[in-house]
Design a protein around this ligand. Structure first.
Ligand code: FES
Ligand code: MG
Length: 596
């Protein structure tokens, strides 16, 4: 299947650079864009003006290699007859931004919407990579709906330490257990963690970055194989050049995000997410993207379409390998091909190539079956998400497949009901409370307790912190207890393999019942019915609610910056993507506002 719309008649950049009906403004636009070297001839040539939305900078090490790749993107754009204009996107560095990079996704989004809408751009290359840069860029392209193609920066090379692969993020969870157990010291801890980042690029594990870059490809928004080629490889440079060439043709074809980001494309992405063992951040970002393009996608769709799909990609944290191995094994097209063989892919879904996902992936080969397993020999069966609800929240997400045998034995040991457990609640209000008290022996935390994190959602800890996966107290780790059940209204890093129940909506700070929970309450998790309930009557909960409201409601830290105030005022909950609620009314503004 291929895309064959008639050629676009008028480029929107003509309204700036070649508009005889408004000669005054045209002259002003022209003289200023000519002042650094572009000629009148070029600007009035009728060639498409292509933006390069640059997310790399010294503040964003994961995406910094895009500063180099931009030269190849430019070369491709010029080769195909376009004119490149590069501009910065608000930086988002997952690990460097305080209080959390989650706060910046929506900020980068609105900033990029203003640029794409308000400047003379006919199409755009979105330079994606680090976790939130991918959804921020895709969401903006969806809203403005001008031709757009994404380019991943690519994963880092594999990390190594004493002959073993060390993966981004994942090594931190391991290293902090070793530190807590006294097996390594502070210097050893730093060295071990740093070994996981040997080159430029995004996290080499199947964390949120690899997930979102893979899903950008599965959605059809970047060229085949573009997600997984390691950042330093020469193929990455070639991919940048091809991406630049392709966006010019997309402008001539008028191939827009709304042609690509259909419900079918989202269902394909949900299934790919299960097969790769994707991050629990994916539902938040894809649900947000869907809302901005006007596709109805519910958090429940992740269970409906994704739960039964097995995990076939053997990358850390669920498996053994890393980004380089994923690329050598065949990357996203090899995964899609496996799912196509099972009839799990809508093969007609259109992509940036102008052909369908099915056509792009039909000849893909799995080069290493240790890394990308055959569908019938998976790492785990039913690897997608469960969506849970109950009297503490209306929805939360859990990756059931990461429940370890040890966890199952400890929590799910009841032979009469092997899919349900009860535990005593240990409740923390925000990450600082948890860090300061987890080793406090007076809390009496034992191996059957359930740790709760609240005040960590889009409003409570503005942007939602990745803090729900909490380690047990040191005294339990020394006894060999490496994880406790965790539940919360925050997020969890995609590099963590904990079986947490997270993204709980509504959060405590938005009136959710997690705010009513008290230390020592009994909580029942039932995976037969996908429910989580505190064992209190409705009347007791109503009484606690009245007490809380009388004290002024659930308390959380004050805003520290103007953007925190603004985001808190309008942000939605994680089940609907934690978007700026007013912004979703502006889906596809380029069409609704009649841009040329
Ligand atoms: Fe940037 Fe992982 S921290 S990609
Ligand atoms: Mg992360």
């Amino acid at each position: 299947m291929s895309f064959d719309k008639p050629a676009q008649k008028t480029l929107r950049s003509r309204a700036w650079f070649d508009n005889p009906h408004n000669a005054d403004m045209t002259a002003l636009y022209l003289e200023r864009y000519m002042n650094f070297g572009l000629s009148l001839e070029e600007l009035q040539s009728g060639k498409p003006i292509i933006g390069i939305a640059q997310t790399g900078s010294d503040l964003s090490p994961c995406n910094r290699h895009h500063l180099v790749l931009a030269d190849r993107i430019r070369a491709g754009i010029i080769e195909a007859g376009g004119i490149p204009l590069e501009f910065p996107v608000h930086p988002i560095q997952e690990t460097g931004k305080r209080p959390t990079a989650g706060l910046d996704r929506n900020l980068a989004y609105i900033g990029l919407v203003e640029v794409l809408y308000g400047y003379p751009l006919d199409g755009v290359v979105l330079t994606i990579g680090c976790d939130k840069t991918t959804p921020a860029c895709l969401m903006a392209a969806a809203t403005v709906n001008i031709p757009a193609i994404a380019l991943s920066v690519g994963p880092m090379l594999n990390g190594w330490y004493k002959g073993q692969r060390t993966g981004s993020g994942t090594i931190v969870w391991k290293a902090r257990e070793l530190l807590a157990a006294g097996e390594i010291d502070y210097q050893g801890f730093i060295k071990l963690v740093a070994s996981s980042a040997p080159s430029t690029g995004y996290c080499n594990t199947m964390g949120t970055a690899t997930t979102m870059n893979s899903l950008a490809e599965a959605l059809g928004m970047q060229l085949p194989y573009a997600a997984a080629i390691p950042a330093p490889h020469r193929d990455r440079q070639e991919c940048a050049w091809r991406t630049g060439k392709r966006i010019v043709d997309m402008v001539h074809e008028d191939l827009k995000p709304s042609d690509i980001l259909t419900k079918d494309a989202f269902i394909n992405a949900i299934r790919v997410n299960s097969a790769i063992g994707g991050s629990t951040n994916a539902p938040i970002h894809l649900n947000a993207l869907a809302r901005h393009i006007g596709v109805e996608l519910k958090v429940e769709d992740w269970q409906t379409y994704g739960e039964e799909v097995p995990l076939i990609v053997n990358l850390m944290p669920a498996g053994e390998y890393l980004g380089e191995d994923y690329h050598h094994a065949g990357g996203v097209p090899a995964v899609v091909k496996q799912l196509m063989n099972q009839g799990l892919i809508f093969e007609d879904a259109l992509t940036v190539t102008g052909t369908s996902l099915g056509d792009n992936c039909r000849d893909a080969v799995t080069e290493d079956e240790n890394v990308i397993r055959p569908y019938d020999k998976p790492l785990k069966e039913r690897a997608g998400f469960r969506v849970l609800s109950g009297n503490l929240f209306t929805s939360a997400v859990m990756k059931v497949s990461v429940i370890s045998p040890e966890f199952r034995e400890r929590y799910l040991a009841n032979p009469d009901d092997p899919e349900a457990f009860e535990g005593r609640a240990i409740v923390f209000d925000g990450p600082e409370h948890y860090h300061n008290s987890i080793d406090d022996e007076s809390l009496g935390i034992d191996e059957h307790c359930i740790l709760f994190m609240r005040g960590a959602g889009p409003i409570g800890y503005p942007g939602a912190a990745e803090v729900v996966n909490m380690r047990p107290p040191s005294y339990l780790i020394k006894k060999g207890i490496s994880s406790l059940a965790c539940i919360g209204d925050g997020r969890q890093s995609g590099t963590s393999g904990s079986p947490s129940i997270l993204n709980a909506s509504p959060e405590a700070a938005a009136g959710g019942n997690l705010a009513l929970l008290q230390m020592g309450d009994r909580v029942r998790v039932d995976l037969n019915t996908n429910t989580v309930n505190v064992l209190l009557s409705d009347a007791e909960l109503a009484e606690r609610r009245a007490d809380l409201e009388a004290k002024g409601g659930y308390q959380y830290p004050k805003s520290q910056t103007p953007w925190q105030v603004m985001q808190r005022a309008v942000v939605g909950q994680m089940d609907t993507g934690a978007t700026l609620e007013d912004s979703v009314q502006f889906q596809r503004i380029a069409q609704t506002m009649g841009l040329p």
